[in-house]
Design a protein around this ligand. Structure first.
Ligand code: CP
Length: 301
């Protein structure tokens, strides 16, 4: 079976560092044509701006061609075709598949039926490993290291696939976690067990202001309406956090704010103009990192 990236745990620490190093090379030289003749399929069953466009840009910058869809409603899925048959067809056409799907486990399943590598571009509340690699890249760029980071994850820690993947990846680098969320959206027990097994410290709080000053990375996330089955529950928590520039008085000089985006009200616009905001640059980094991921899985770098 071709090597895929479904969970961040599919990559060793060495593979993670290798991808970050290659991404740094791509940042220095954005257009390298060595995937000429390759086809990258981007198939998105859920909305996306950054992930899809940065994967497509990455493929184009590497000289590959892109096929795919961003709305499964325009495909034969609408006529009842199964995910299995869809993946088998696409793997006949493309050299690698980038897939986003709302169902947890769908990406792993796709990798089992595909004859080419599959990159999980997000499967429900489960994993978003390419986001994690760009988050790690952004942490290393802003902090000069990955080891020993104090990271405060804020928002929807229950359904947030980006925080789940990032937590696992950072476990290689002796982090210390603060989990800031409303009671209803706490980090799931399986991830806390994962940290306990590795003796990695974490604290939980509901108060955003409590741990802003003792943090290297403030990792903000959106409360995701699309993950709630009960709209009343969403209404209760949707505005729970709103970071503004005033709240950043007294933070560490090296502190940077990351967010996988899109954001709603959880980061006020006045934060964008502070030296702590890094989220737009973080999204740009996604392009370099995704160039490195595609190259690595196609054995070209
Ligand atoms: N960060 C992220 O996954 O953004 P999109 O949903 O726009 O792809």
């Amino acid at each position: 079976m071709a090597k895929s990236l479904i969970s961040i745990q599919d990559f060793t620490k060495e593979e993670i560092l290798h991808v970050l190093d290659v991404a740094r090379e791509f940042e220095k030289d954005r257009s390298q044509d060595f995937l000429h003749g390759k086809i990258v399929a981007c198939i998105f069953f859920e909305p996306s701006t950054r992930t899809r466009l940065s994967f497509e840009t990455a493929a184009n910058r590497l000289g590959a061609k892109v096929i795919g869809f961003s709305d499964a409603g325009n495909t034969s899925i609408r006529k009842g075709e199964s995910l299995k048959d869809t993946i088998k067809m696409v793997s006949n056409y493309a050299d690698i598949i980038v897939m986003r799907h709302p169902l947890e486990g769908s990406a792993r399943y796709a990798s089992e039926v595909a004859s080419v590598p599959v990159i999980n571009a997000g499967d429900g509340a489960n994993q978003h490993p390419s986001q994690t690699l760009l988050d790690l890249y952004s942490i290393r760029q802003t902090q000069g290291r990955l080891d020993g980071i104090d990271i405060n994850m804020v928002g929807d820690l229950k359904y947030g696939r980006t925080v789940h993947s990032l937590l696992q990846a950072l476990s290689h680098f002796s982090p210390s976690f603060i989990f800031t969320s409303p009671q209803e959206l706490r980090m799931p027990a399986e991830y806390k067990d994962f940290l306990d097994e590795r003796h990695i410290p974490y604290r939980e709080t509901s108060e955003l202001a409590e741990h802003i000053a003792d943090t290297d990375i403030l990792y903000m996330t959106r409360i995701q309406q699309e993950r709630f089955t009960d709209p009343v529950e969403y209404e209760k928590v949707k505005n729970v956090y709103s970071l503004n520039a005033q709240m950043l008085a007294g933070v560490r000089d090296n502190m940077r704010i990351l967010h996988p985006l899109p954001r709603l009200q959880e980061i006020a616009a006045d934060v964008d103009d502070t030296p702590y905001a890094y989220y737009f640059r973080q999204a740009e980094n996604g392009m370099y990192v995704r160039m490195a991921i595609i190259s690595y899985l196609l054995g070209k770098r």
